[in-house]
Ligand binder design. Structure first.
Ligand code: 5GP
Length: 187
């Protein structure tokens, strides 16, 4: 049986990782969906915990079998994807999968699971993104401008998501995020 899916995406600098960690702590029904990939495991990474690690030919066979909801070549020759079987594994445990993914991947999953998924876009006002990048003090003017352009581009996708959460204050944003997720799961 299919359950529900929570999909979260954000432009870089929006503070997504912290927010998502807080969300998973607050909503015990959620479990992170583990992605598949073809890169080598880094020291300390475990198969089936951090990723499902595959050889490229195995990954290609899975693509042919239609095993992925979405997949992308993120770096040259390195494939990453979300397995349908991962959602089923989590539903079978009586939990709901949470997918943290880039904007493109998020919208692809939403297309496949229109009725039982909630897509959430985490954003921050452009001035706040700019301020956060400046505070890091590591960006040259040129680099900063480039990152801001990228953030602006990513922000332009916000309206395609079911819900938007503005992360200006982390506590307020966490409360909002937990609320929209609980409303959806509680239906
Ligand atoms: P890393 O190799 O550093 O763990 O991840 C590299 C990139 O792969 C990240 O930017 C992440 O967004 C992307 N990625 C991880 N899992 C998936 C997935 O299931 N699907 C897609 N499309 N990208 C993914």
């Amino acid at each position: 049986m299919q359950g529900k899916i929570i999909i979260i995406a954000a432009p870089s600098g929006a503070g997504k990782t912290t927010l998502v960690k807080r969300l998973v702590k607050a909503c015990t029904q959620l479990e992170f969906a583990i992605s598949a990939c073809t890169r080598e495991p880094r020291p300390g990474e475990e198969n089936g915990k951090d990723y499902y690690f595959y050889k490229v030919d195995e990954f290609n066979k899975l693509i042919d079998k239609g095993a992925f909801v979405e997949w992308e070549m993120v770096y040259t020759g390195k494939y990453y994807g979300t397995l349908k079987s991962e959602f089923q594994r989590i539903w079978d445990e009586g939990k709901q999968p949470l997918v943290e993914i880039d904007v493109k991947g998020a919208l692809n999953i939403k297309k496949e699971y229109q009725d039982n998924s909630l897509s959430i876009f985490i954003e921050a006002p452009l001035e706040v993104l700019q301020e956060r990048l400046k505070m890091r003090g590591t960006e040259s003017d040129e680099h900063l401008a480039e990152r801001l352009e990228k953030a602006k581009f990513e922000l332009s996708f916000a309206t395609k998501f079911d819900k938007r959460v503005v992360n200006e204050n982390i506590d307020t944003a966490t409360a909002q995020l937990v609320q929209v997720v609980e409303d959806f799961l509680g239906e």
